[in-house]
Ligand binder design. Structure first.
Ligand code: ATP
Ligand code: MG
Length: 774
């Protein structure tokens, strides 16, 4: 037996070594589910299973890459390369490319990202002359998306009176027409949106038994990570593909199901045993990730949920430090606290930035964190929000490239036909769209035939349109011989895009050009990487596919030493030694929108469980007493989730007096308390602001906080710094003996310049320096 098997405990070995049959591993966070999946694949390959016959579905492409690497280390990289591995979207996009013609799509179909989809929805609403305040494009698109994920096509929608009634009740009776137009426009543009990648795969497997048989034979072993978050559409794909061999292994944790709002269906996990014959169910109970305090605190949270499977999670790890709960006055102060704490931990424990993560419930909370980290010169990286490829200037370049591959791509065309300006105005575009509808063709085809179609466009504009088409076609010709990097350089020049960008000499303008350079760098890497892949397809279309499905987590090269910032939703499956969960306030976390039903609240609680279980060593929970929300300063109250944690795992580091302003770690504030903030949060009559505690129990717990001086944060007794004088001899834990030469700064920023006998002159921050007076 290979050595890697010994890296598993007995409970983990079982699912790894069971070669055949359906199996499910339900287990709590950090118990090794992902590790089991990874090593199971390695084991299958060592048992002679061809990697081409193994399909593994992960939550991010980054997770897939890491898994592949790990497997490669065991069985050899050249073998691991042949595994089908990735997110549902990326794997089935690849499959659809091969089979697209069966569904009437070109194999070079475009993948519309959510920005494209929303723009198209918005354009349709406008073209139909509907009130955009009633027909809100984001809401409309999200309804389209959930219908698709439930496999409800336009026809099925019209056949279902209840669905139509729901839209009538919601005062958007014409929703069905928008849905229909949206689907037709995507089809005509040779484009699939994210949901189509699953919907069309289902359609393909349903309608074409031979195709189904082909992929059933191909994917003889199927593995799914994070199974609790699969939606109906994904569930059906897995079920169809695994039906023949039934070698299906799914791993998940019902307590971590956090995507119900996107259609994830926890019943997929609960019903698994009904769906297959002789299912083997495995449980893993030992957590290897976190300290006892964290594991047990997380257990005590999830206890509050009624809907859950019985599970045990324990750990043999140390108790570790308690979870720190810290209260602040405002989000700005919260940012400064977190940044200072990271700084302090780094100094005290000699850590890199990549040991830290800050998690929040909503993207908007990142700004205060960013500001504070920047001030402290702590490098960070934000995940989520706009991905690199969605930035305007990058997307403009990509739109040219998309048109080269698929000129029917309407969203790409609309972006660049008049950018840089070529005198093709909005009226012309409107007319082209109408003509495209009349002739049932794409806009590009209408332009190609502009002299033959009936359209009210003057001859000089027609010439401009023709020039545009000629330019795109010249790019297409070049694409056959050039790689994506060379092609893009040419496109940038010829389209005058680069000249346009260079006109703007502002800081933003410069950073746009830098982004384009970054894009080109990425392309160069891609071209290099492609050289090793024997069956690499057309460089450009392959690049575009990677880009369309990339989340910024995927772009993380993992080579920079930065603090990670992300929403809790994105943090699934990850782990960090030091973890800050910020904004632990009612209405924010749990979200104000999740308080109406028990189900919603339980999903928020699972989200908190996911958040806390990302921590390996030390977790911090912070909350503020007031926060700007929707432009207004509102009072905030501590999240009920804090009080749901058993007190023995918590350490409150702010004193019970809500109005004493005594920052412990924050040097910025030490020097000059920001009194304006204090005033702001006090009502005019001078009485202290109410903290709006939800119940007496909560008040009791949240008030049971220790005074500042008794916390473990400060390594020196308070009076120590005052005693130090130039000329004194001191001893440092690491540098040895030395003489104090000079003292500077005050409070938390007080520094001593010390001449060490061995190390020479050094300046030390007294808050951290481990010094003893000799
Ligand atoms: P999550 O539910 O958060 O996705 P998980 O169940 O997938 O967690 P893993 O990520 O596989 O858990 O494992 C958690 C951590 O514990 C990882 O760092 C992993 O390497 C480590 N680990 C898992 N099993 C063992 C083991 N038997 N011995 C030592 N370390 C282990
Ligand atoms: Mg995992």
């Amino acid at each position: 037996m290979q050595d890697y098997i010994s890296q598993l405990n007995d409970a983990q070995k079982e699912p790894v070594l069971q070669k055949e049959g359906p199996m499910i591993v339900i287990a709590g966070a950090g118990s090794g589910k992902t590790r089991v999946l990874t090593l199971r694949i390695a084991y299958l390959m060592q048992q002679g299973v061809d990697p081409f016959n193994i399909l593994s579905l992960t939550f991010t492409n980054k997770a897939a890459r890491e898994m592949k690497k790990r497997i490669g280390d065991i069985v050899g990289a050249s073998q691991a390369k042949n595994l089908w591995m990735g997110t549902f979207h990326s794997v089935f996009a690849r499959l659809l490319r091969v089979e697209a013609d069966k569904l009437g799509y070109p194999s070079n179909f475009t993948i519309y990202d959510s920005q494209d989809s929303q723009r198209l929805t918005s354009a349709i609403i406008k073209e139909m002359g509907l009130d955009k305040d009633v027909y809100k494009y984001k809401q409309i698109f999200s309804r389209i998306s959930s219908l698709k994920n439930s496999l409800i096509t336009v026809r099925a929608y019209y056949n279902d009176p209840e669905l139509r009634e729901a839209d009538e009740m919601a005062r958007r009776p014409r929703f069905g027409e928008i849905y229909k137009e949206y689907v037709e426009r995507c089809f005509k543009a040779g484009a699939m949106d994210f949901d189509d990648l699953l919907l069309k795969t289902n359609e393909l497997l349903n309608r074409f038994p031979d195709v189904l048989a082909k992929y059933q034979n191909r994917f003889q072993y199927i593995l799914v990570d994070e199974y609790q978050d699969t939606n109906h559409s994904q569930y059906l794909i897995v079920k169809a593909l695994s039906d023949k061999f039934q070698n299906i292994c799914v791993v998940g944790d019902d307590a971590q199901s956090i995507y119900a709002f996107r259609g994830a269906n926890i019943n997929n996990i609960l019903n698994f045993q009904r769906d297959y014959d002789d299912v083997k169910a495995y449980r893993l109970e030992q957590n290897y990730r976190s300290t006892k305090n964290i594991v047990e605190a997380a257990n005590s949270i999830i206890e509050h949920n009624k809907t859950k499977l019985d599970k045990v999670v324990w750990t043999a790890n140390d108790d570790g430090p308690k979870i720190i709960v810290h209260r602040l006055m405002s989000d700005a102060e919260e940012g400064r606290y977190v940044a200072s704490s990271i700084f302090e931990n780094k100094m005290q424990h000699q850590l890199g930035n990549d040991q830290f993560a800050i998690l929040y419930r909503t993207n908007a909370q990142s700004r205060a964190m960013e500001d504070a980290l920047r001030k402290k010169d702590i490098p960070y990286r934000i995940y989520g929000g706009l991905s690199f490829y969605q930035r305007k200037e990058v997307k403009d370049v990509l739109s040219y490239l998309r048109l080269i591959v698929n000129p029917k791509d309407e969203e790409a065309l609309k972006r660049v036909i008049n950018y840089p300006a070529r005198g093709i105005g909005a009226t012309t575009m409107d007319r082209l769209i109408v003509a495209a509808k009349q002739y049932d063709r794409s806009i590009f085809e209408v332009i190609e035939n502009i002299d033959r179609v009936e359209i009210q466009i003057n001859s000089s504009t027609k010439t401009k349109l023709k020039n545009f088409v000629t330019m795109i076609k010249s790019f297409q010709a070049l694409e056959e011989t050039q790689n994506v990097f060379e092609l893009t350089e040419y496109v940038l020049k010829k389209s005058a895009l680069i000249t346009e960008l260079k006109k703007d000499g502002t800081q933003e303008g410069i950073s746009r050009i830098e982004n384009i350079e970054e894009l080109l760098n990425g392309m160069r890497d891609f071209v290099e990487g492609q050289k090793e892949v024997a069956d690499a397809r057309g460089a450009l279309s392959e690049f575009l596919e990677d880009v369309a499905l990339a989340t910024d987590l995927d772009n993380d090269k993992g080579d920079d030493d930065r603090v990670s910032l992300m929403t809790i939703h994105l943090s699934k499956g990850l782990e960090f030694p030091y973890l800050y969960i910020v904004g632990m306030e009612e209405d924010l976390f749990p979200s104000g929108m999740a308080m109406n039903t028990r189900e919603d609240l339980e999903e928020e609680r699972r989200l908190f469980y996911v958040a806390l279980t990302r921590a390996e060593h030390q977790a911090y929970l912070t909350y503020t007493l007031s926060r700007y929300r929707w432009g207004k300063l509102v009072d905030a109250e501590p999240s009920r989730f804090i009080t749901e944690i058993d007190d023995q795992y918590l350490e409150y580091t702010t004193p019970p007096d809500n109005y004493r302003y005594k920052p412990l770690l924050d040097s910025d504030l030490w020097d000059e308390p920001d009194k304006s903030k204090l005033r702001q949060s006090k009502p005019k009559n001078g009485t202290p602001p109410s903290v709006n505690q939800p119940n007496p129990e909560q008040i009791r717990k949240l008030r049971k906080m220790k005074p500042v001086s008794s916390t473990s944060q400060s390594s020196k007794p308070a009076g120590f710094e005052g005693k130090l004088k130039p000329g004194m001899t001191v001893e440092h834990a690491r540098f040895g003996r030395g003489t104090v030469v000079n003292l500077e700064g005050i409070g938390g920023e007080k520094k001593a310049e010390i001449n060490f006998q061995v190390g020479g002159l050094k300046k030390l921050l007294l808050r951290f320096a481990k010094l003893d007076v000799v």
